[in-house]
Design a protein around this ligand. Structure first.
Ligand code: 2P0
Length: 349
């Protein structure tokens, strides 16, 4: 039975050392997708989403307060962050400072084990780790619900990475403070379902259009968007039942149709947003062939050309082989359900 390595509940001060507060978070892959915001400033999604947190590609983030410094510094994978990524981190720190009633600047250091911006949810692990580390550094004692709400202000998908295993992000109700309060993630206990997710890295480079820009454009111009958002409600209800039953085929079918629907909304945007490449389609063909040959395998794709294939752990090696044959040169690794975001304690390396 998977444990999801539940996040220890710790007072934030226990995670603070002279070197600052360090948090580790993992990316998640949505089986029911989030695409589109009804409030751009508060980052309130139009639709509920449901994901699996992975046990690969962690982000490790340290936040150290630097009283007396002229401003914040942000280091991403060993280099000073520039432009929008830097601005998003500073805006997030401003929010944490406002909540904590404090003003000190901070030095933020982040390492991603996942290729940044390649549609592999680095913003999910990134803002989940930043939320946990920054809350600790500034002395905010937040429970997991409040941390997920805070992480959402960085990236909506980050709210789900606060939790291990499966997590549901509520789109919430109302506007303004009511929307902010009601949009958060929570764990979805699925003790008897522990699939593998074979990740096919078709292209690990940064994507051409950020998901933030692409989803705004989709909401504004795609005539298919309202229909997908509506059908997503049914997908979520069906998904919850399929997860409860531990029914891999049903989970896979629902995840696949939900992902294809999301990509259909993008393809119908004016002009179209197309993340899927020829190699993506080749992998999708391979997945279809696996199913025809009797191996349950189902695909999902996010804001990039990479494909994630849901399957039984015992079939993961065969799925990986099929993916490699379909798209030679791509890199493949197998993920399982992973842990929620947590502070690294003093005595950890
Ligand atoms: C998801 N994606 O549910 C969907 C599916 C990509 C496709 O969440 O604007 O980086 O920061 O809230 O969370 C990617 O979007 O966007 C994403 P923002 P985010 O995983």
């Amino acid at each position: 039975m998977p444990t999801d390595h539940a996040r220890e509940t710790v007072e934030p001060r226990h995670g603070v050392t002279d070197r600052g507060s360090t948090a580790v978070a993992h990316p998640n892959i949505a089986l029911i997708k989030y695409w589109g915001k009804r409030d751009e400033e508060l980052i309130i999604p139009y639709v509920d989403s449901l994901s699996m947190t992975l046990d690969v590609f962690p982000t490790t983030t340290t936040v150290r307060l630097t009283p007396g410094a002229g401003g914040d510094t942000v280091t991403l994978d060993g280099a000073p962050a520039q432009g929008e990524p830097r601005q998003r981190v500073i805006a997030f720190l401003d929010l944490v400072r406002e909540l904590a009633g404090r003003a000190e600047p901070a030095a933020v250091t982040t390492r991603n084990a996942v290729p940044t911006g390649a549609g592999l949810a680095s913003s999910a692990s990134g803002f989940a780790a930043l939320a946990v580390a920054a809350a600790a550094a500034y002395g905010l004692a937040l429970d997991d619900t409040a941390l997920s709400r805070l992480a959402r202000r960085g990236s909506a998908s980050a709210s789900r990475s606060i939790f291990g295993g499966f997590a549901l992000c509520h789109a919430g109700q109302g506007v303004g403070a009511a929307a902010d309060h009601s949009s958060y993630a929570e764990p979805v206990p699925v003790p008897d379902f522990d699939p593998a997710l074979v990740v096919a890295l078709v292209n690990a480079g940064p994507k051409a259009v950020s998901s933030r820009t692409a989803m705004r454009h989709t909401v504004e111009t795609s005539p298919l968007y309202p229909a997908w958002a509506m059908s997503s409600k049914g997908d979520l209800a069906d998904m919850r039942e399929a997860l409860d039953r531990g029914d891999l085929d049903a989970v896979g079918e629902i995840a696949e149709r939900n992902a294809f629907g999301m990509h259909a909304t993008m393809l119908a945007a004016r002009p179209a947003v197309r993340y899927l490449s020829p190699a993506t389609v080749a992998v999708l063909d391979g997945v279809l062939q696996l199913r025809r040959d009797g191996t349950p395998a189902y695909a999902t794709m996010d804001a990039g050309p990479n494909v994630k294939v849901l399957c039984r752990p015992a079939d993961a090696a065969q799925v990986a082989e099929t993916v490699l044959a379909a798209a030679p040169g791509c890199s493949v690794l197998t993920a399982r359900r992973g842990p929620g975001a947590r502070l690294r304690m003093r005595n950890e390396p």
